[in-house]
Ligand binder design. Sequence first.
Ligand SMILES: Nc1ncnc2c1ncn2[C@@H]1O[C@H](COP(=O)(O)OP(=O)(O)O)[C@@H](O)[C@H]1O
Ligand SMILES: [Mg+2]
Length: 365
Amino acid sequence: MTRKDKWNLTLILFMILGITALHYGTVSNPWPMHDFYRRLYYVPIILAAFHFRLRGGFISSALVMLLYAPHLLLYFGQLDIAVINQLLEAGMFMVVGVITGYLSEESHRRELQLQRQVSQLMKMDLLEKKLRQSERLASLGQLASGIAHEIRNPLGIIKTISQTLHQEALESGEDSLAEGLNIIESETDRANKVIKGMLDFARPEPLHLRPIDGELVLRDLLTILRSLAKQHQVEIESRLQPVPPLLADADRLKQAVMNLMLNGIQSMEQGGTLTLSLEQASDSLALITIADQGKGIDKKNLLHIFDPFFTTKDGGTGLGLSVTHRIIEEHRGTIDVNSQPGKGTVFSLHMPLAQPRIEEAQHET
Ligand SMILES: Nc1ncnc2c1ncn2[C@@H]1O[C@H](COP(=O)(O)OP(=O)(O)O)[C@@H](O)[C@H]1O
Ligand SMILES: [Mg+2]
């Protein structure tokens, strides 16, 4: 029962008892006054029927009947035709209570039905969107892995040759040529980065799920990323609590978390603190969070960050988060993001544990 319900119930009871007190407390008043008092009962009955529907209408009118009937005998002293007439009229309480209650029940039912239909429609819409996205991703994946392999070799050749020419140009003092070749090299690197991202994304290999020590995986990442973080004036803080083994593919999980940490570091252009934490979220889930104090993600972009190739960075590929999303989904985990533009972003990963505590407890008993 909500607070509002409680309040309404108290008010209704208070009115019924108040009106009853009026009846019994003024037995000496002339009958027409009591006629008026009796009609006052309609107010709490109708209120009850509106607020508590059929149940409210029925119970309140029955209560009023019970409270009111003895009063009639008290007033008239005997059961004669006048009393019966009054009782019949009081029967109207029940009729009004039940009809109002029924009508309010009906409208409530219709409202619920409408709500259900709306939420069903919304769910269908969401499902369809997800389906379309996964179809798009699947075909993109096939295409990507095909193209990536084809492009990698020529890119390798372009890079090696331009490095050689670059060296020669430097030696013969052809500065503008050297500069051009330098651009070719860095652009080839960027293309390679995109291709690596696409291959990660399209990687058809199945996961190798096994119980792994989550803390160890995250500690590895800390070691790998500390020096990069330092270059960006970013301090990494770790809050790793011991948790039961995760059911995961260590390499892929590492990749997923690394992408999030890289984004976090990149988001803090003026430096700051990146916090990596691990804790147990429930009997069957661990929670990994990556929190930065960077520029945040505005609402409009939040809808697209997991789309492949969505990026707001000059040298970005827009594949990091789609790879991460995919890896977490394959693990049957979930990824959530909470961002405050100007303040920072928190990514939360809920990852399945290898042996839920419940099972352990059952084994022990
Ligand atoms: N921690 C973060 N803080 C701010 N923006 C972020 C963060 N993580 C992701 N984003 C936004 O999501 C986009 C997509 O990220 P991602 O898929 O990793 O691609 P990339 O890093 O190559 O741009 C980024 O360009 C950025 O706009
Ligand atoms: Mg990224």
